[in-house]
Write a protein that binds this ligand. Structure first.
Ligand code: SF4
Ligand code: SF4
Length: 312
């Protein structure tokens, strides 16, 4: 079962929820946490995980052959990313950071003067939980360590093609999913392409919001997106006691989306956050139990899958 955790705006506690749910799930079930917030991945920091590089994400990069180039400028006119700069009478030149590797310029060049090169646009990492009693992670048993794997994508500095890195991160994670019962995907904030790519093919989306007018506005946008994508959604309200709950409750009623968890504003949550331990440990345990039950009911996870975990 794939569960995405998303939020209309940054700072709502989306990553805090995603890491805590994945941590709680991994106490019993094999769980993959996939950090698809590639411009600012922080799940490893929230769980004190040291990431190891798995591989670079590479994409097509055009290479211009000045021997055959006729300085026609068609490549520049074709590029929707404005990655090819052309001045009449000069050879075209590329701004690699703008290029998304679509290859249209190579197809359009009438003289075959563009050949295939590649550039690194990001990196995929993975990492395991560690038993760190000094950090207060007494709950991290060897079983939990074995059950849990973090996959984390990160776009190269200055690169515009972050969605390609999200796609590559999802693709890498999908190769491992057969070994895991649950995948928790942490998306970027907002409703842009990176978010859409991270949400694709998920079974349930948990939309995290705050009970403020801005939180309500952004939540409405994300719920509309989820509706268009045909994805099931539930709402989690963070810092639920610091605003007007009615704002979110009214919206939830209008959209017919259930509020599944209200997280209070607590000093202990901030302390956990600052120490790099699962900030909501305990607070999400009932939610995780419900999610596992729903997965069984909907046949997204079978009893046989669970038994395989117990007897690998
Ligand atoms: S389309 Fe080809 S020939 Fe024309 S400017 Fe670009 S590289 Fe040169
Ligand atoms: S590969 Fe696509 S984005 Fe890159 S320069 Fe060519 S047309 Fe532009």
């Amino acid at each position: 079962m794939r569960i995405a955790v998303t939020g209309g705006k940054g700072g709502t506690g989306k990553s805090t929820v995603a890491t805590s749910i994945a941590f709680e799930m991994a106490k019993v079930h094999r769980t993959l946490l996939v950090d698809c917030d590639v411009e600012c991945p922080d799940d490893h920091l929230l769980l004190s995980i040291t990431r190891e590089k798995v591989k670079d994400v590479e994409t097509f990069l055009p290479s211009f052959d000045q021997e055959t180039c006729q300085k026609c400028g068609i490549c520049s006119q074709t590029c929707r990313q404005n990655a090819v700069v052309f001045v009449t009478g000069e050879y075209p030149f590329l701004i690699p950071e703008q290029c998304n590797g679509c290859g249209a310029c190579m197809l359009a060049c009438p003289w075959g003067s563009i050949t295939e090169d590649s550039q690194v646009i990001g990196t995929i990492y993975q990492g395991h939980l560690e038993v760190q009693e000094s950090l207060g992670l007494e709950g991290v048993t060897q079983g939990l360590v074995n059950n849990f794997l973090l996959i984390s994508g990160e776009v190269a500095v200055g690169c515009e093609a972050s969605t390609l890195v999200v796609n590559a991160t999802r693709e890498y994670a999908s190769q491992l999913e057969d070994d895991y019962l649950f995948t928790v995907i942490d998306t970027a904030a907002g409703t842009h392409c990176d978010v859409i790519s991270a949400l694709m093919d998920t079974n349930l989306v948990l939309a995290v919001s705050e009970p403020t007018p801005l939180g309500k506005h952004d939540l409405e946008l994300i719920l509309e997106l989820l509706e268009k994508m045909g994805l099931d959604a539930k709402i989690i309200i963070n810092r639920a006691d610091l605003g007007s709950l009615d704002l979110i409750k009214t919206l939830a009623d209008e959209k017919g989306v259930m509020i599944t968890l209200e997280i209070p504003y607590k000093k202990e949550i901030l302390e956990n956050y600052s120490r790099g331990v699962p900030a909501l440990e305990g607070l999400v345990s009932d939610l995780v139990t419900d999610l596992v039950e729903e997965a069984l009911q909907d046949d997204l996870v079978t009893v046989e899958d669970e038994m395989k975990e117990e007897d690998p």
